[in-house]
Design a protein around this ligand. Structure first.
Ligand SMILES: Cc1ncc(COP(=O)(O)O)c(C=O)c1O
Length: 354
């Protein structure tokens, strides 16, 4: 009854969404703030009659708006939008990574990468992180590869590479193979490498509305790259689903990117909360990996990550624990409002007294 390929699927497991009680939810890197008021207005003025029609398959107006927001000479032809960046990643894996040499990505990174590699039968190799969890791009040059993908800042560690470091890598990496930088968390203090796309035709930057644009429930993500690569992603999309972004999401997505100063303000507040929370945790004896994302990766010496996760959950807060060798002592904590983080701090202070 089932296809052979189906038996080999190992699906991605998202952060839990339990319903047994009310939790402060800090386990999926969602933004604690509401979308911009202009998004509410766009929603309220949406013409319901448009639901009768299929949406613009290529999301022209939205892509023009995103291009204007990004600046750096980026044009509509250099952007494709999709149903969350997960879908965009799926198109990228399908279109650019082959089986003649492994795809390289960090040993600890977004756990959808190995899932898509498995889905499309792309061999892959996990490259160890440095002791401090940073990505050493030099080690990606030392082995054969059909492409490279990493998140910057990386997840679940939060560690960040500067555009100068990524440029140095791109200058030495073969220009006929694609390098994907997944910038899901770039808006919390990092600097995008979108500015390098005109120079490096093999660079693909992936962005999502889910985190910095408070849109996880609306499902919107996009890729930015040279028009030739974007055309390949359109061919892939149109071989799978012509209409991945519905009419309503196209409209509110445009309203959101036209109001990026609002998001800049809330995300810089969030970054301040992150830095304050990290300092408080360190003062309590926790190890906190330096993060430029909207989460921190922490451990308490003497405790397993699972114990910490359970103790925090018992206190009414959900965080994320990964049962992966090498990071099993850590939990990943999304940054919420200052009030939520104060509640969590009180719980974590209690853990030190067990
Ligand atoms: C590094 C990274 N990339 C991509 C995604 C996917 O985001 P979405 O599909 O919501 O756009 C996530 C989600 O957590 C992520 O952590």
């Amino acid at each position: 009854m089932f296809a052979r390929r189906f038996r080999d699927l190992h699906p991605y497991v998202p952060g839990e969404q339990p319903t047994d009680r009310e939790y402060i939810k800090l386990n999926a890197n969602e933004n604690p703030y509401p979308p911009a008021p202009a998004v509410r207005e766009a929603l309220d003025s949406f013409d319901i009659a448009l639901f009768r029609r299929y949406p613009d398959p290529d999301a022209h107006a939205l892509r023009r708006g995103i291009a204007a927001m990004l600046g750096n000479g980026i044009t509509e032809e250099m952007i494709i939008a999709g149903n969350g960046s997960d879908e965009i990643l799926s198109f990228v894996f399908y279109a650019f990574f082959d089986s003649d040499a492994p795809l390289l990505f960090p040993a600890h990174t977004y756990s959808f990468y190995p899932v898509y590699a498995g889905y499309y039968s792309i061999p892959f190799e996990r490259i160890p992180l440095e002791k401090d969890f940073s990505i050493n791009l030099d080690s990606y040059l030392e082995r054969p590869s059909s492409g490279v993908i990493f998140a910057n800042p990386n997840a679940p560690t939060g560690r960040y590479l500067s555009p100068a470091e990524i440029r140095r890598f791109l200058e030495r990496y073969p220009a006929d193979r694609v390098v994907v930088v997944d910038e899901a968390y770039i808006d919390f203090g990092g600097e995008s490498v979108v500015s390098l796309i005109r120079e490096f035709r093999n660079l693909v930057v992936i962005r999502t509305y889910s985190k910095s644009f408070c849109f996880a429930g609306a499902r919107l993500g996009f890729a930015v790259a040279d028009p030739e690569l974007i055309q390949a992603l359109f061919t892939t999309k149109n071989s799978f689903n012509h209409f991945p972004v519905d009419a309503l999401t196209q409209k509110i997505g445009l309203a959101a990117c036209e109001n990026w100063p609002y998001y800049k303000a809330i995300n810089s507040e969030l970054a301040q909360t992150r830095d304050w929370f990290s300092g408080e945790l360190r003062a309590l004896g926790w190890e906190v990996v330096p993060s430029l994302a909207n989460f921190v990766f922490v451990r308490k010496p003497g405790f397993t990550g699972d114990e910490v996760y359970r103790a925090i959950k018992a206190g009414g807060v959900l965080v994320r624990y990964f049962d992966h060798p090498g990071i099993e002592e850590f939990v990943r904590i999304s940054i919420g409002t200052p009030d939520q983080m104060r509640t969590l701090l009180a719980i974590m202070e209690g853990i030190t007294r067990i």
